[in-house]
Design a protein around this ligand. Structure first.
Ligand SMILES: [Zn+2]
Length: 165
């Protein structure tokens, strides 16, 4: 990712970089992590922000332009959970965290893939095609507020980053 950010900064006219990370088994990002000095070293999103800051500080200013804006999200446990917001499946950070606390995750990453793509190992092309379809559905059905409500930490953070540009 440092190389990607450097490339965007020096070699393109990109204004922004949006990244969504899968949390897998890592700690969920919490609103308290957004407070000054609140970053959590075990949180994947916080570590990623740290890395972005270090790279940004090492870059020479671009003539007439500010630094690349960034927005980072943490999908719990994977981005397919966000895609499934318009579906009948009960997916949310709360469902996931409650399940983990009870020692039984409410779904697996493989299950999310099957619900999202109709198969557990889609090709990259199929995965991309289906993800774009789900995102269009979220937009067409006006589900963005629900997405932010169901995933307040991981998606809410990304949305707040974008609004702050
Ligand atoms: Zn965090």
């Amino acid at each position: 990712m440092p190389a990607v950010l450097r490339h965007l900064h020096y070699r393109t006219d990109a204004d922004a970089l949006v990244v969504s990370l899968d949390s897998d088994g890592s700690l969920s990002h919490q609103p308290a992590h957004d407070e000054p000095d609140g970053r959590a070293p075990k949180c994947r999103l916080c570590r990623f922000r740290e890395m972005i800051d270090e790279v940004q500080e090492s870059l020479r200013p671009r003539a007439g332009r500010g630094p690349i804006e960034t927005a980072i999200g943490l999908a719990v446990p994977a981005i397919e959970a966000w895609c499934l917001v318009p579906s009948e499946h009960r997916v949310s950070e709360n469902e996931w965290n409650l399940g983990l606390q009870g020692g039984k995750p409410p779904y697996t990453k493989e299950q999310l893939k099957i619900w999202t793509y109709g198969m557990s190992r889609p090709s990259l092309e199929e995965e991309t095609r289906r993800i774009v379809e789900w995102v269009r559905r979220i937009v067409d059905e006006g589900k963005q507020p629900q997405l932010e409500k169901l995933f307040p930490s991981g998606f809410g953070t990304l949305a707040r980053d974008v609004r702050a540009w």
